[in-house]
Design a protein around this ligand. Structure first.
Ligand code: EPZ
Length: 420
């Protein structure tokens, strides 16, 4: 298996351009099932999760091609050949479940392998089923698959007990072609949900209120085709901002929407990191020595994003003072803690809270990534640690970061991929 080798202690300097958002691409690719017209998506990063979604769509009969030169993909779902999503992609990627809403809307049925849990928690789908059930779908479980069927999706009012991103997206996609209107209360307001709604509206859907807890959808008979550019990845941006900070560097981050990073920018500034907008879509991040300790609580958007919790924990292990991180979104998103401890980090877990006692230095070590964002966090710790670190589990990182090692090296990081 590939490994990442890092020699820490080098401040990152220079400029890095942020790519399209993984968590917007995946639902938007699933949403392309809703139309039989052609769709061209721009700024689709070359990620393992995007390849997994492409394979899944192809297995349903979708024509999908990538133009490698410019991160563009062409999708046409005119001829769907099956409503069954195979076990492989669904096991590998929970976001595969996002094809359920579109398949019900297009074909009136869907058969999807139950998504596995993963390193960060059980990841139930009860809210997805509650919403789709309220619209007239029936479900049966059979041999590890969930089968959904509906004579016709009917618009209705749906209250989500938790503002689940995936459930909001699945219900939104089903409602677009349902008969009548649907109202989702307590909907997720993440920018990626807004991007999905904007994409669907560009094809002729009638969605209002995306980005607020109250979303209204008027069902339409069909959607057209078109071209759509995906928003920049705020989580990738936040990861590179933390990399600049933890390495004591000075980096310009290009192609960002600062409004999507308000909580992240506020926390960095609270830590004493300099963050300034140097132009439209440009942020400059400069470290001024050891960061100050701060407390962080992860929350649904616009709160601090859970997907940046591990990366900011890495930063706080080097802070002056003691910080408390409270992870409220997932019950087990601390798999990176023991690995950071191998580098000398002082972290104590008490239920959902991580108490971090900052240290002056970390030592390089051999560590193992267990999930995507935890793996990214270990890379950040290694960039700051003294000496060499080896990070295993690179495949986790490849799911959500395109060419992370090469881009960090272009900022001066001494970081390399070791072949298996
Ligand atoms: C999306 O996952 C993202 N993935 C995750 O990013 C992100 O961490 C998460 O939203 C929260 O922001 C994609 O967009 C592909 P949820 P999702 O449904 O939709 C509970 C990454 O690293 N819940 O908002 O699965 C659930 O257990 C990934 O890029 C239910 O109880 O997240 C969790 O505790 C990791 N019942 C909480 O809600 C349900 O039916 C948040 O889950 C659904 C969810």
């Amino acid at each position: 298996m590939e490994r990442i080798l890092v020699e820490g202690g080098v401040p990152l300097m220079g400029r890095v351009r942020i790519k399209g958002a993984k968590n917007a691409c995946l639902p938007i690719m699933a949403a392309s099932l809703l139309t039989s017209e052609s769709v061209i998506l721009e700024d689709v990063p070359d990620l393992d999760d995007v390849r997994t979604m492409s394979r899944l769509l192809r297995s349903l009969g979708v024509e999908i091609f990538r133009d490698r030169r410019n991160e563009r993909i062409f999708v046409n779902s005119r001829r769907l050949t099956t409503s069954t999503a195979p076990y492989g992609p669904v096991r590998r990627m929970r976001a595969s479940f996002l094809v359920m809403g579109p398949l019900l809307a297009r074909l009136g049925r869907a058969r999807i392998s139950l998504p596995g849990g993963c390193a960060i928690g059980t990841r139930p789908i009860d809210l997805h089923l509650k919403g789709l059930g309220a619209m007239g779908s029936q479900f049966t479980m059979d041999d590890g698959y969930i089968e959904a069927e509906t004579p016709c999706l009917e618009g209705t009012g749906i209250y989500l007990d938790y503002p689940s991103v995936g459930a909001t997206e699945n219900i939104l996609m089903a409602a677009v072609l349902a008969r009548g209107s649907t109202v989702i209360e307590n909907a997720a307001a993440e920018p990626e949900v807004v991007d999905l709604a904007n994409f669907l509206n560009s094809l002729g859907a009638r969605i209002k209120g995306a980005g607020t807890p109250l979303v209204r959808i008027e069902g339409v008979a069909s959607l057209g085709g078109g071209r759509y550019r995906v928003i920049p990845d705020r989580i990738e941006a936040g990861t590179f901002m933390a990399a600049a900070a933890i390495s004591g560097g000075d980096v310009i981050i290009e192609n960002v929407i600062p409004q999507h990073l308000s909580a992240v920018i506020a926390k960095l500034q609270e830590m004493g990191i300099l963050v300034e907008e140097t132009g439209k879509g440009f942020l400059r991040v400069r470290s001024r020595g050891r960061p100050r300790a701060v407390d962080i609580k992860t929350l649904p958007y616009p709160g601090f994003p859970t997907d940046l919790q591990p990366q900011f924990m890495a930063l706080l292990t080097l802070a002056q003072g003691t910080s408390v991180i409270t992870e409220t979104v997932f019950e087990k998103r601390y798999m990176h803690v023991e690995e950071m401890a191998r580098m000398g980090a002082r972290i104590r877990i008490e239920d959902r809270a991580a108490i971090i006692t900052g240290r002056q230095l970390l030592q390089g070590a051999l560590v193992q990534a267990a999930d995507l964002r935890g793996g990214a966090a270990l890379v950040l710790s290694a960039l700051a640690a003294r000496g060499f670190s080896e990070i295993r589990g690179v495949h986790h990182i490849r799911r959500g970061y395109s060419r992370m090692v090469g881009r960090l090296r272009s900022l001066g990081g001494r970081i390399f991929i070791l072949p298996s």
